[in-house]
Design a protein around this ligand. Structure first.
Ligand code: ADP
Ligand code: MG
Length: 446
């Protein structure tokens, strides 16, 4: 199948050609005709499958026909959970909409209001926004939503997690009822299904290939660790291996990301931190450096690293385990991009077995523990309880050294500081408080 079969405006086809896209991805091939036929849609597909273009292309196609109304407000509204994602969607809309001259604006938390007011006072077609900040502007009467035709909720499950649903409900209540609504989410189970039912009218449903079948190009490893000192030694050992081209190291807090980045810098790595406390400009500069290979190691938090698409990333290291099993999938999806293979390595203490099991249940992939000679965990491994995947014991106690290279000589760096720094999300308030790991609905991407 080619994009020509999709009835898209020639200007859009032209832009796709320039972008080097030859054929639609499966989610694009399925979603674009439904959206162009005017249906509401709920769609789930794994990360990296091209969901952005799946909604951006038909949205642009809508713009190819001028709107009769004289109002200047956006015709398309895309709600996203984070600044990074807003930027990505905005960039994609600009790229694919280059020849139809779509006017797109992104409005996110952490940016100065006067600048945003100026952007919003100009005529625009596509508005990409994080919910909190958008609502602020709506309440100040700064946005004319009278000619809005399409609402897109990208990463809806994530917005739910981040406590944005009350904001989203207030936003949607203020939109014209005559609109088309599209919802993209990793999962449509639990609470998100209720929200979908409320927001979508007779939606078409698209679910692309089970998660388990994917990630075949990513080798997943697990190291049991005793404590932070042990983590640091393992990390240093892993990062100096010649097969590491670029790595993203995930920590659970922003503070921890900073401290670890400083320590790695002191150890001689070309490293930077990426998290939600940094200004947008600083984050963009860091990502540019990563893309250009000026940085080999990025120490990041979940939200800040979401969606990073850099082909050079050979390794993802979960220095701290993610809080939610979905984040594990998003994290490891930062490697193995653009048809390459990747390696994802997780550190976990024995106390974190429950979290590991959740991850395994979510991905359907069993994580076998490996050890590195000279860096074996010293704490005793308890006999595992049988669980869903329990055809074998979880850990034999004598696992193989899978990675082969000898123990690191320089034994790690100082402890990485306060672990209670508190995770923030893209400059917007997290409004739902903490949620326990187990509360998340189980399956997704299915
Ligand atoms: P998702 O939102 O599903 O995680 P993205 O929309 O961010 O995925 O797309 C992932 C990558 O795939 C991006 O780099 C994008 O430019 C690229 N891409 C999307 N559609 C196509 C296509 N049809 N052909 C080639 N590359 C594509
Ligand atoms: Mg996406």
């Amino acid at each position: 199948m080619s994009f020509e079969n999709l009835d898209l405006h020639p200007s859009i086809l032209h832009a796709l050609q320039e972008a080097g896209y030859t054929e639609p991805t499966p989610i694009q091939a399925q979603a674009i005709p439904e959206i162009m036929a005017g249906h509401d849609l709920m769609a789930s597909a794994q990360t990296g499958t091209g969901k952005t273009a799946a909604f951006t292309l038909p949205a642009l196609n809508l713009l190819a026909t001028p709107h009769p109304s004289k109002s200047r407000g956006p015709r398309i509204l895309v709600l996203v959970p984070t600044r990074e994602l807003a930027q990505q969607v905005n960039d994609a809309a600009r790229k694919y909409g280059k020849f139809i001259r779509a006017r797109t604006v992104s409005i996110v938390g952490g940016m100065p209001y006067p600048l945003q007011n100026k952007l919003l006072s100009q005529p625009l077609d596509i508005l990409v926004a994080t919910p909190g900040r958008l609502l602020d502007h709506m309440e100040r009467g700064r946005i004319d939503l009278a000619r809005l035709q399409m609402l897109v909720l990208d990463e809806a499950d994530r917005m739910l997690d981040m406590g944005f649903m009350p904001d989203i409900e207030r936003i949607t209540a203020a939109l014209p009822g005559e609109r088309q609504t599209l919802m993209f989410s990793a999962t449509f189970e639990g609470e998100i299904a209720r929200i979908a039912k409320q927001l979508l009218k007779e939606p078409k449903t698209i679910q692309i290939a089970a998660q388990q079948a994917k990630h075949e190009n990513i080798e997943q490893r697990l190291h049991f660790v005793d404590d932070m000192g042990h983590k640091n030694k393992l990390l240093e050992h892993l990062l100096i291996a010649p097969e590491v081209n670029q790595a993203i190291v995930f920590t659970s807090t922003k503070r921890h990301a900073d401290v670890l980045a400083e320590d790695l810098h002191a150890a001689g790595h070309k490293v930077a931190a990426l998290h939600g406390d940094m200004t947008q400009g600083a984050r963009n500069r860091t990502l540019t450096k990563l893309r250009h290979g000026d940085i080999n190691v990025l120490v990041a938090t979940d939200v800040a690293a979401r969606g990073i698409d850099v082909a050079g990333i050979s390794h993802v290291i979960n220095y701290d385990l993610p809080k939610f099993a979905e984040d594990y999938v998003h994290r490891i999806g930062r490697t193995g991009r653009a048809g390459k293979s990747g390696i994802a390595i997780s550190f976990a203490s024995h106390a974190e077995r429950f979290q590991l099991r959740k991850i395994e249940q979510f991905t359907g992939h069993r994580l076998e523990a490996s050890v590195i000679a000279g860096l074996e965990p010293q704490k005793r491994i308890q006999q595992p309880k049988p669980h869903k995947f329990g055809d074998r014991p979880r850990n034999s106690g004598h696992p193989a050294n899978k990675s082969g290279h000898p123990g690191s000589k320089n034994g790690g760096y100082k402890g990485a500081g306060n672990r209670n720094g508190g995770q923030g999300y893209g400059g917007e308030k997290r409004r739902d408080g903490e949620k326990s790991f187990s509360k998340r609905p189980g399956r997704s991407f299915a």
